[in-house]
Design a protein around this ligand. Structure first.
Ligand SMILES: [Zn+2]
Length: 636
């Protein structure tokens, strides 16, 4: 069973892109026509209706307590309890959806904030009420539960969830031990809170003077903007200043990260896992070989990554790329505007290979106001898809700014939304939720289709060069190699702590720098990774998430493989993608689902499609560059 709030919250968070959109000319929400704002009335027609539901809900939730200690009485009782639990969970998610989206549309409205905190309280109470279910099921034993399953066909929707509970059974402890583990959770979560509080609230920010005399306070947002500056010295200054701000506290930050690693080790050991990796990957049942073969795939394909780094240096007119150049786009000569009305049409056309039903549903999303489009004052930044309102439809939050990147974000979030839509429509509620391991497949799949479509559509060499480069920057550098580099670092620091060795600032700096230099071919003269990059480990919050980032890389590789099959019209490919991914939710082990959908991530060959695409793109870019350089010379 999936009675685990933290996992659910993380799943929701993941669906957002980690790209804060910068709203330059934000307006008041009331200034936008309704058609560009999401319609929350299908969730509750009025606020009054939601208030009524809130008070009804807690009374109904109390009824669950009546089943405590009685799950084993009969197959019928067992089913009644689970039915009630999932009905309540479904209702609560609809309330949460409403409250979170109300706050996100304008975070300044105190009425919405109050509503959100009321619903959070309801969630805490409900978790407390339902907490007896998992331990009681385990105490009944697999034999008894299987007997219930055989006797009562009404339990079929719970079959997979129950088998997962028993698969992990040997890592579930005795009741008194579980009580201690639950109490310890407050402590083991502390390093993560400490890190975010320290880096968000207490870390001091330096003020620097740019080449043109402008003074800038080096917040993370300022760094993100300046690392793309065309002025070399400003860019280097941004890197040095931001990393330096963290480096000043490297002893403290190392100790906090060490604390987090020890917490992971404590959990793994207490639950009798061989390693922290095995413990972390066991929740959705991912084989640890997937993790290690992903790292192998990166190493085997360094040649492709280095080719990319050299090509970038050439495009930027440099003899060798520096780590501080990596956020520069391949070309500044073009931008592809994408106003929202045109973007909708382009996306509909790009998604045509997925068939009529898919395209019609996307059209419905546009017409029926599933999407909150433009940035307004007080609106939550970034973008996400929310698929929690099981019987209604998913919603999308955007901060659309009419740029090509915004069109890609729309395609991305639409991928999540369609995944939720088809899974919610085809799966019973208990198996509708998809695992984070497959979550980023449907989203990057759509980005691939969008990119492919645009490549065929644009006519000028510059636009083509821009699109190809944009794909390489995002997918090859940003998602594939960078996230695997982080995943490898994460594995190394965990293993060190598992061996009983300490993590100090010197150790972390050296490990991070050595690994970065290996990935970027520093010693082979491919790209320069300066010494101060050693501090980057302390800038990245993901190392606190317990083996999380590798899923970005597996997903993008799987999406590349699956979308290529669909684009090539490979027989059965589209149906497999529909049936085993889009419609499958969390009905089976996520690795098995992906395998049936056509991407076997246990096989290193699964990564080949992405590498092939990258090399194909680079072939084309080299030809375009030859042509553009020749034209430039002739013009002079
Ligand atoms: Zn996403």
């Amino acid at each position: 069973m999936n009675i685990n709030l933290r996992r659910l919250l993380i799943a929701v968070l993941l669906l957002g892109l980690l790209l804060p959109a910068v709203a330059l000319f934000a307006k008041e929400r009331s200034e936008f026509p309704d058609q560009y704002k999401w319609d929350l009335t299908p969730l509750y027609p009025t606020l009054e209706a939601l208030k009524q539901e809130q008070s009804r809900f807690l009374a109904d939730a109390e009824k669950l307590s009546a089943y405590k200690g009685k799950l084993g009485l009969s197959a019928k009782k067992f089913q009644e309890a689970l039915d009630l639990y999932y009905r309540l969970e479904n209702r609560l998610r609809r309330m949460e959806s409403y409250a979170y989206m109300a706050v996100d549309s304008d975070t300044r409205v105190s009425e919405s904030k109050a509503l959100k905190s009321e619903i959070e309280t309801i969630r805490t109470k409900f978790s407390g009420i339902a907490s007896f279910i998992d331990p009681e099921i385990v105490a009944l034993g697999q034999k008894k539960v299987n007997g219930f399953l055989a006797k009562n066909p009404g339990l079929k929707n719970y079959r997979f969830g129950l088998s997962e509970t028993f698969r992990r059974q040997k890592h579930i402890l005795s009741q008194p031990e579980e009580k201690i583990m639950a109490a310890a959770q407050d402590l083991t979560g502390q390093p993560d809170s400490l890190y975010s509080l320290f880096t968000n609230a207490d870390l001091t920010q330096d003020t620097v003077t740019l080449t043109d005399g402008t003074k800038v306070k080096m917040s993370y947002a300022a760094y993100e903007k300046l690392r793309q500056s065309l002025v070399d010295s400003d860019r280097v200054l941004a890197f040095k200043t931001l990393f330096g701000q963290y480096d000043r506290f490297k002893r403290t930050l190392a100790e906090i990260l060490y604390g987090q690693m020890k917490a992971h080790r404590f959990n793994a050991t207490a639950r009798h896992y061989d390693s922290t990796l095995a413990a972390a990957l066991d929740y959705p049942g991912i084989d640890t070989r997937i993790y290690t073969s992903l790292i192998e795939a990166a190493h085997q394909n360094f040649g492709t990554f280095h080719r990319y780094l050299k090509l970038k240096a050439r495009a930027l007119g440099k003899t060798k790329l520096d780590y501080t150049d990596i956020y520069l786009p391949f070309t500044r000569d073009v931008s592809i505007p994408a106003p929202y009305p045109q973007a909708q049409e382009l996306l509909l056309q790009a998604l045509a290979p997925l068939g009529e039903e898919y395209v019609n549903t996307v059209r419905e999303a546009f017409q029926q106001r599933w999407i909150d489009v433009y940035p307004n004052d007080g609106k939550d930044q970034g973008a996400y898809s929310n698929g929690w309102a099981y019987e209604i439809h998913p919603y999308i939050l955007l901060n659309y700014n009419d740029l090509y990147g915004d069109l890609l974000t729309l395609a991305h979030e639409m991928g999540h939304t369609m995944h939720s839509y088809f899974s919610n429509k085809n799966q019973p509620f208990p198996t509708a939720d998809y695992s984070t391991f497959v979550a980023e497949v449907a989203s990057t799949f759509n980005e691939n289709l969008m990119n492919d479509y645009m490549l065929k559509k644009v006519t000028s060499d510059q636009e083509k060069f821009y699109l190809l480069g944009n794909f390489l920057d995002n997918s090859i550098r940003g998602t594939f190699f960078r996230q695997i580099q982080f995943a490898e670092f994460e594995l190394m620091i965990h293993q060190r702590v598992e061996k009983g060795e300490a993590l100090t600032d010197d150790v972390l700096n050296k490990m991070f720098l050595d690994l970065a230099r290996q990935y970027y071919g520093h010693d082979q003269g491919v790209a320069d990774v300066p010494d101060f990059i050693a501090a980057e480990w302390s800038v990245i919050p993901h190392f606190y998430y317990n083996y999380y980032v590798y899923q970005y890389s597996t997903s993008i590789a799987a999406a590349s493989l699956l979308s290529q099959k669909v684009l090539d019209g490979e027989p059965g490919a589209r149906d497999a993608y529909y049936n085993h991914l889009l419609k499958a939710g969390g009905s089976d082990n996520p690795v098995r689902l992906l395998q049936q959908a056509g991407a076997d991530m246990t096989n290193p060959a699964a990564y080949q499609a992405l590498m092939d695409r990258a090399n194909r793109y680079m072939d084309e870019m080299e030809k375009l560059l030859d042509k553009m350089e020749k034209a430039k010379k002739a013009g002079k």
